[in-house]
Design a protein around this ligand. Sequence first.
Ligand SMILES: *Cc1c(COP(=O)(O)O)cnc(C)c1O
Length: 386
Amino acid sequence: MDISFIVNHLGEEREKYDGAVNPPIFQTSNFTVPTVEEFRNRIQHEYDSPFYTRGHNPTVAILRKKIAALEGTEDALIFSSGSGAIAAAVMNVVQSGDHIVCVQKPYGWTNFLLNQLLVKYGVTTTMVDGRDPENYRNAIRENTKLFFLETPNTMTFELQDIHAICDIAKEKNIVTILDNSYCSPLFQQPAAYGVDMICHSATKYFSGHSDVVGGVVCGSSERMRSIFKSEFMCLGANISPHDASMLIKGLRTLPIRLEQSARTAAKVAFYLEYHNKVKKLHWPYSNSFPQKELAKKQMKNCGGLMSIELDVEDYAGVEKFCNSLRYFLMATSWGGFESLIFPICAFSKNKESHTSHLPWNLVRLYIGLEDAELLIRDLDQALERI
Ligand SMILES: *Cc1c(COP(=O)(O)O)cnc(C)c1O
């Protein structure tokens, strides 16, 4: 399906709403029915008709259609955060006694879910170096039910070969979940390789304006129905109709925002890769990236997140660089209009007390919608100071 049709028109049924160009925000928790028969009918079809907004809401339903179409899956469920979406998808697959194989260094709360929270319920996880698909195979036990992938990850961007890992999973009857937040469905289509469920933090590229927290799970109708009648309805991490309408607005410009972010990122990456104060650049499409070939094969383009290791002696050097930037804002998250920096050294007081698995001199950059020249000039003056 044509992407511009999906984001601008699919699912909007304007004839139902007086031709309104933008869908109404159904800011209502409740939907009334005229007869007992209709009441009975709605209770049975909560998955696809309005009854109570924790389950179904017409504004949210439009967003479901668009995002499922973008990912190439039958349906999608929208959550109030990416973490809520990931937790629901994982919990739907496993039960006490089951085992998960997950890529090392996933998103922090995914790591917490698998290695802390689910341990309380008797689910165990083996973390593997996902750069070699065989590591997934070698970690399989009799009770392995799920492979979790996040490719690339959002700090150092190691990739997993989606095709190869899916083949192993299919052979062993293991379910696959992939966090596709970095690429968005525009730059990577995991469903085409047979990934069962695709998760997103909609807070990032889908929103694009740093004004909504949201999450998504995409997959077959059967899987989405299974999550709906259990984790979705029970844990109640549904998105509000207003936030759903903000995400619909964000999606309209997703193709042009991504295009711009990727184009600018390529220029910034080229500048950083050869700068003498930068020891190492982590960005999947850069010449020095060890998995560049795989990145070019399974990704259509590369997003605006990258990291650099600074050539400095200590924390003070990193701090000097970060504090000198004028147009890059210092914050967590990414995917909005504003360029950002995220210093790993903020996790501890000094080099001696550094415990993170990430290098202490690592600074993550997110390239937003500003001009490349403005951003490079800013980086240039800050690198000059260290
Ligand atoms: C931000 C993020 C999440 C979590 O999403 P929230 O919307 O913040 O809950 C999950 N995975 C990745 C890769 C992320 O960047």
